[in-house]
Design a protein around this ligand. Structure first.
Ligand SMILES: [Cu+2]
Length: 222
């Protein structure tokens, strides 16, 4: 009886030891992502995040900028860590009215010009869709990440995340036109290695119409 219990205890201790040894820090690895769509075309502006499964990450708050240039949000997608802020300067010589009705953050910056709008703080993880009350086609996105290991894909659909020192990560993939809300994969990284992950994202068709400026206010439809 006692022997059996001791054996069980020993096996638990060994399991914990094994997990800590194997799941512990490794030398920094690099994760390279190649994102393509259903037609094998590279996908730009996909958000890739890597969250270590067995350790906590340190989040550094930042302030990032999303300009309004020629009646578009520039850049279109911005990744920030939780608790960070975004400034929305307006570089056009007309007024914009920035708003979001997304679950992660609801706010509006009523009609303004220049850099008069105060920075907006984002304290919940998730995605925020930005609209403009005057220009219906204007869309921007803020991705609030729980991990600092995050990157946006470029025109070639490529993104690189460096300094990954843990062995096991959950990698999340998101894009404004993704058919699912989020795609997640678990990956294991070898010490000092460069891992390449190719991901195919099923995207909704791009429908984007620029229209003449609306004179009617009060429209908040997405
Ligand atoms: Cu506008």
């Amino acid at each position: 009886m006692f022997f059996n219990r001791s054996l069980k205890l020993l096996s638990k201790v060994l399991t914990v030891f094994f997990c800590f040894t194997v799941g512990g820090p490794v030398e920094a690895a690099v994760l390279k992502i190649q994102a393509i769509d259903q037609q094998n075309k590279p996908v730009e502006n996909a958000v890739i995040t890597a969250t270590p499964l067995f350790s906590k990450v340190e989040i550094v708050k930042q302030t990032k900028i999303i300009d309004q240039i020629n009646k578009e949000y520039v850049p279109r997608v911005v990744i920030i860590s939780k608790g960070s802020s975004v400034k929305f300067p307006n570089k056009d010589n007309i007024r914009h009215h920035v708003y979001s009705f997304s679950k992660a953050k609801q706010f509006e910056l009523p009609l303004y010009e220049g850099s008069t709008a105060p920075p907006v703080e984002f304290n919940s993880e998730g995605t925020v869709t930005l609209g403009c009350n005057i220009h219906d086609w204007m869309r921007g996105y803020v991705y609030i990440s729980e991990t600092p290991f995050a990157a946006l894909t470029d025109k070639k659909g490529a993104a690189v995340i460096q300094e990954l020192t843990e062995e096991t990560y959950r990698v999340d993939f998101w894009h404004p036109r993704l058919k699912k809300t989020l795609i997640s994969r678990e990956i294991k990284l070898q010490q000092d290695s460069i891992e390449t992950v190719k991901i195919r994202l099923q995207l909704k068709q791009l429908i984007k119409k620029r229209q003449k400026m609306k004179t009617r206010f009060g429209r908040y439809s997405d």
